[in-house]
Design a protein around this ligand. Structure first.
Ligand code: C2G
Length: 130
């Protein structure tokens, strides 16, 4: 049983999010997703997500590629989460390239290319202009 773990906010869920979850799940047997909490987002990006954490967790849990979710409350607790879920592979988008290399002692670390031309930030801008 090969367990894949990934993390993210998944705010205003879009096809880039879907693609990374699909490609992450294809690397193993079970995909676990840590959904960043609202408070973690404020610390990380200086703002609350558009969708609150309960809605974001419900959306991610409903994706067919996802086997289980949990709330990621701190970036510093990654090692703990990896251990708790007995993950074999950590997957992140390549906007995070290099940032998680130190976990390579604990498990395989894979960065996947981001889907071009789509992001939560650009979607918010498009919606504002309409
Ligand atoms: N992503 C992607 N293509 C896009 C947009 C996002 O592949 N066009 C990927 C990101 O690289 C990330 C995942 O989708 O792996 C979730 O993206 P975000 O919600 O922006 O995640 P982020 O806020 O960067 O949180 O502990 C790490 C953080 O919690 C990651």
């Amino acid at each position: 049983m090969k367990t894949i773990i990934t993390f993210g906010t998944f705010d205003v869920f879009h096809v880039g999010h879907l693609n990374i979850l699909q490609r992450a799940s294809a690397l193993g047997d079970r995909l676990i997703v840590g959904v960043s909490s609202d408070e973690l987002n404020v610390r990380k990006k200086g703002r609350y997500p558009v969708y609150d954490q309960d809605d974001r967790m419900a959306i991610v849990a409903g994706i067919k590629y996802v086997d289980a979710i949990f709330l990621e409350e701190s970036l510093e607790r990654k090692a703990e989460y990896i251990h708790e879920y007995q993950a074999d592979v950590l997957v992140m988008g390549d906007d995070w390239r290099g940032r998680f290399d130190h976990f390579a002692r604990q498990l395989d670390v894979v960065y996947l290319a981001r889907t071009p031309s789509v992001s939560t930030t650009s979607l918010i801008e498009v919606i504002k202009k309409r």
